[in-house]
Design a protein around this ligand. Structure first.
Ligand SMILES: [Zn+2]
Length: 344
């Protein structure tokens, strides 16, 4: 498209946007290849004032655009979707199934942030890629919600058997701001949902009532989950379990359990030194179970648990899974059952 034609096309599309919508005008817009009425009016750099009143007055014009929210990883997506319902468009930067820790941003991530109204993150250093990505996106109007705001981070509540020198070096930033896995404690998850609600109400006051009602319903579910965890685990205080991902210190503290994390992040392959650590840990603590993660099939671990006469079970850090906000409760219920079986 030549330069001198562009303004005329923009003018035309603006006129069409203001005109009563009809099948013909929609077709013309498609043919012109414009990006739609909302964007063309919001992004105008000329003296034209966007005509919200006119748009609202026209009965066939679509209602105001939904706020565009970008979330970092799955739990942030669930909590945000639970609060907005259908009132917002939500994207997720880290596709479910992709490793969250040490994630590298893509050009699509930058584009998504560049056009978003709100960014929702876990915080506590989990999203190490985010600061530079946000900077690259150059979105001066972006509102940011740090869902762990107000949560006092834990550094080492439970013994963590450190990764051997050289293997975990890239990972030190992981816990630089405390352990980030707050979403695995239903009580702290409530705080995260509350922070999202407050951030969205501030960014989009028109939907205040929707956000408040939805958040309240989800928080009630989190309350119920917390009660189930309390009741399910109250008879087995100090139950000690070994994990291969330092993801459960908040959960363990909340319900009087003891996590011993043999490595800080999930490893594809346990090293012989890790195996030795497991053996030492099981001897040192009265360990009830080894917890593997869903989707990992570690034969070494399976035979090791047999040798140690410990059941190898699964616990889910909820870093991957289904995008339905209710998946949080299903996965946490499974975690509760696994813990109960291990600790009894
Ligand atoms: Zn993790």
């Amino acid at each position: 498209m030549s330069k001198h034609k562009a303004p005329r096309l923009k003018e035309l599309s603006k006129k069409l946007c203001r005109a009563k919508s009809s099948a013909v005008s929609v077709l013309v817009l498609l043919v012109l290849g414009t990006t739609g009425c909302n964007q063309s009016s919001n992004n105008q750099v000329t003296s034209e004032v966007p005509p919200p009143a006119q748009e609202a007055a026209a009965p066939t014009t679509p209602s105001a655009p939904k706020p565009k929210i970008v979330t970092t990883f799955l739990p942030m997506y669930w909590f945000t979707r639970a609060v907005t319902g259908d009132a917002a468009d939500i994207e997720i930067l880290i596709p479910p199934g992709t490793e969250v820790h040490d994630y590298q941003a893509t050009p699509e991530n930058v584009k998504a942030i560049a056009t978003a109204n709100v960014l929702v993150k876990n915080g506590l250093g989990l999203e190490g890629f985010l600061d530079s990505t946000v900077k690259n996106a150059q979105n001066a109007n972006l509102k940011k919600v740090d869902t762990s705001k107000g949560i006092k981070p834990l550094n080492e509540i439970s013994p963590v058997v450190k990764a051997v020198k050289g293997r975990g070096h890239h990972h030190h930033h992981h816990h630089a701001q405390g352990n980030p896995h707050v979403w695995l404690d239903p009580v702290l998850a409530k705080q995260q949902v509350t922070n999202i609600r407050d951030g969205l109400v501030a960014a989009d006051p028109a939907n205040k009532a929707v956000y408040e009602a939805n958040a309240s319903a989800y928080i009630k579910q989190l309350d119920n989950l917390h009660n189930e965890f309390q009741q399910g685990l109250q008879k087995t205080p100090n139950c000690t379990f070994v994990t291969f991902h330092d993801a459960y210190p908040y959960l363990a503290r909340r319900y009087n359990l003891k996590q011993v994390a043999v490595v800080e992040i999930p490893e594809d392959q346990l090293a012989p030194s890790d195996v030795q650590k497991v053996v030492n840990t099981v001897r040192k603590y009265n360990v009830k179970a080894l917890f593997n993660e869903p989707g990992t099939d570690n034969k070494l671990l399976a035979s090791l648990s047999k040798d140690l006469n410990l059941t190898l079970r699964e616990i889910d850090p909820l870093e991957t899974g289904d995008k339905d906000p209710q998946h949080y409760f299903r996965a946490m219920q499974n975690n509760l059952q696994a813990l109960q079986s291990a600790c009894q």
